[in-house]
Design a protein around this ligand. Structure first.
Ligand code: RI2
Length: 331
């Protein structure tokens, strides 16, 4: 069996260990991995062998992290082109490379468009709260600043991996007045907040949001204070498999991310849970800002039908991810 190129293995390991993270970034990295796998393929030049090898790569890449649907959607985008293509081995390689490049470019453009659309929904002088680090949410906030709006942003730390520090740094660098708060301070600052803007890992057909753990608590506090909550999400964060009732697996990460190893060793048998995501019901979401426009969460099914129709490939890939970690929690 043809070995996977080290570059592909490295990308997969980086996604698993979260050195590459963020739903959009892992999707682009997945597309890049397929492209590299095609370019570095040194097996037999028979189209059938190449197709089999690429199916194996696709399965491997999707198995790295289970929750963000952006990853299987990116892989499906590229693999669909390959499955539909005919021609020589060289032509098939070119098909994979072109599809991966197209996904990456379209994805980056979508983030920019979301920034432009979302920024118009923010008023000068408003205070915004965001959770974790979302490139799409940051795009909205930075675009608002670039439009000359003086906004203030609360960024949560986002335990246990502190992605909020990335958000803080990116906002500060863009000249946004940002303030870092511990996750537990969300409810106490909510009375000074005008809007919440968060990103998305997955949006299901019923409009539920799966995003960094803590998002649903932020939404609850916003709902209580009558603060509107917006989700910035490219359409490849919508789950085609959810239309067919396939559940979303909530990733459980190692306890060492929550508690120091030494403390765990000193307390043998200690129980620690580390779910990486949670589910915010559509009732707590005012609108989803996509590159196609602003939609109510209940329109998610329509977007999915429009974009994917019946996507059996995507369903298969999500099932692969589900098989990958049987111990996890499903939404
Ligand atoms: P963008 C992240 O997950 C966060 O949950 C964030 O809200 C979401 O991906 C979307 O990020 P993680 O990879 O695509 O940090 O907007 O677990 O960057």
């Amino acid at each position: 069996m043809t070995q996977l190129p080290p570059e592909v293995v490295r990308i997969a390991e980086d996604i698993k260990e979260m050195r590459i993270r963020g739903a959009g970034r892992i999707a682009r990295a997945g597309a890049e991995a397929l492209k590299l796998a095609a370019q570095k393929y040194r097996g037999s030049p028979s189209p059938e062998d190449f197709r089999r090898y690429m199916e194996r790569v696709a399965h491997y890449v999707v198995s790295t992290r289970p929750t963000a649907v952006s990853l299987p959607n990116a892989v499906s985008f590229v693999m669909k082109r390959l499955r539909e293509a005919e021609g020589s081995f060289r032509e098939l390689v070119a098909t994979v490379v072109a599809a991966a490049d197209e996904f990456i470019e379209t994805s980056l453009r979508a983030v920019e468009t979301i920034g432009r659309i979302g920024a118009r929904m923010i008023k000068d002088g408003e205070t915004i709260l965001t959770h974790c680090h979302s490139t799409a949410a940051v795009s909205v906030l930075v675009a608002a600043r670039k439009m000359g709006k003086e906004i203030k942003v609360y960024t949560t730390e986002t335990r246990p991996k502190f992605q909020g520090r990335i958000t803080y740094r990116q906002l500060a660098e863009a000249g946004v007045n940002a303030t870092q708060i511990p996750d537990s301070a969300v409810r106490s600052v909510m009375k000074r907040v005008d809007k919440v803007v968060v990103g998305a890992d997955t949006i299901t057909s019923d409009g539920a949001l799966i995003n960094k753990v803590g998002t649903s608590q932020v939404a609850l506090a916003a709902h209580e204070a009558r603060v509107r909550l917006f989700v910035a999400a490219e359409t490849y964060k919508f789950s085609p498999a959810s239309v067919h009732g396939v559940p979303v697996l909530i990733e459980e990460r190692p306890p060492e991310e929550v508690a120091p190893r030494k403390w765990l060793e000193r307390n043998p048998g200690v129980k620690v849970r580390n779910p990486a995501f949670d589910v915010t019901p559509p009732e707590y979401i005012d609108a989803i800002i996509t590159e196609l426009g602003v939609i109510p969460p209940k329109a998610a099914a329509m977007v999915l039908r429009e974009l994917f129709g019946y996507s059996a490939e995507a369903e298969k890939l999500v099932l692969v991810a589900v098989e990958h970690d049987e111990a996890g929690v499903y939404y």
